[in-house]
Write a protein that binds this ligand. Sequence first.
Ligand code: NAD
Length: 520
Amino acid sequence: MESGSDVQAIREQVFAELGLYQEVSGLFDGGWGAGAEGRRLPVHSPIDGARLADIAVASGAEFDRLIEQAWASFREWSAIPAPKRGEVIRAIGDRLRRNVDNLGLLIALEVGKTPVEGRGEVQEMIDICDFAVGLSRQLYGKTIASERPNHRLYEQWHPLGVVGVITAFNFPGAVWSWNAFIAAVIGNVVVWKPSPEAALTAVAVTNVVNEVLDEHGLPPIFLLAVDEAGEIGQRMSRERRLPLISFTGSVPTGKEVAAAVGGRLGRTVLELGGNNAAIVTPDADPEIALRGVAFGALATAGQRCTTTRRLILHESLFDSFLPSLVDAFGAARVGNPLEPDVLVGPLINRAAVESYSAAIGGAQAAGGTVLAGNAVKTLAGLEGGNYVAPTIIDGVAPDADVVHTETFAPILYVLKYRSLDEAFAIHNCVPQGLSSAIFSNNLREVEAFLSVIGGDCGLANVNTGTAGAEIGGAFGGEKETGGGRESGSDAWKSYARRQTVAINFGPDLPLSQGLTFDVG
Ligand code: NAD
């Protein structure tokens, strides 16, 4: 093993730079103070199983006090003009820039991404800071022509108050930042409940951003509560003092959150599982399609919500494109992601490895043939890691249960089509609706895919894969993916309350719709 790929050596370097210790607190409410009940969350690296740290988790009473602090911070923060709030977010972006390598490496250690991907995730956090700074001067409301004389009618946008953000393990920093920085420039305070599988990154990020707030003499507006298995998440869903819950995670958990928040008529932004497909037509550029499908299926070891899980391939390409893809899967090196030429790191935990094996077994039982992969790997020196071989399966029916289920692992189902209508039918037959792609240089095929009868997802890609969104667009999906939108475009409106204002500046009281109501 090269020294630059040694988990313990990198852990020591990153911990020293980011001010982390073997024991850290998982509750930040202006100070780091969790642990009254003495419960600890052990953090293991999926690379080799090494214990990275222990996090003291928040008790119910501590969480209760945190919500009180959050509302106290809100009163102060929301009174600051939005462009001034933007300047604070700019300073946070600059601080993240200084920490991009260390935070990227911490993400690699904690969730097993390659350092390049970890760094890319922090870059995404920086990019959303820049976006939020601009947004802080563009929180526009419309002025509407009033039908009543001497009246002004306009809309203004207020913050909601304290916003709850519950995140998944696979983007331990970026997803929070999409929510947090946008919500903050509007004037909200954010309470973050990260995944227990990625809570150390959350502790480090919270530390970095709150240093900046502290230096500016500002109250804590980015609060954190780590739990062991979703208990704080459940409390947040029921908590009336959190008017919005932005939830990122699996469809089953999302349904629970939606029911609990909906039961109290709170708001949700739901960013749930995907089951993304790429259609490759005979008019595709084969080189671009190959790279796009391989990156979509293999990046982050198939643990992206936007991972390509289904390849909808024209029947004429089974003897040309498919063998090249099988070769590419075989050539992608699986191993310690800290090593420079490794493309596929570990899965997050043993349960994920079991899901991988169960899905392949299920696909074989449904008539599938394994063309590549299907191996759980034990790597020398990394025996505690969770490695699997990227897998391609052909011959399973498009409507088989296993194809309709998101398995968070590098498994790609190949589905044959003859006509474009058939390709769209296969594409749209799954319950999820996050990201989609077509590889084709045929304008008619591309425009058909982008038309109403084409792909039914929140994200549509042409000649680029399903994975890898930019922060400038609104991100999210339809159907069981939950309908939420985060990040760019006008997704900020989810974190704001619209108020329509009518002002009468005249000497009379004219009523709308020409009503008269004389009381005198
Ligand atoms: P998960 O559903 O297991 O957990 C997500 C979060 O919910 C975690 O913080 C977890 O602790 C918490 N939680 C668990 N039970 C809860 C409950 N009853 N109430 C409230 N919170 C609870 O998901 P995961 O395994 O961490 O992440 C993978 C999933 O997330 C995949 O399905 C993936 O597609 C999805 N995801 C979606 C997007 C998107 O933008 N659409 C982005 C990233 C990940």
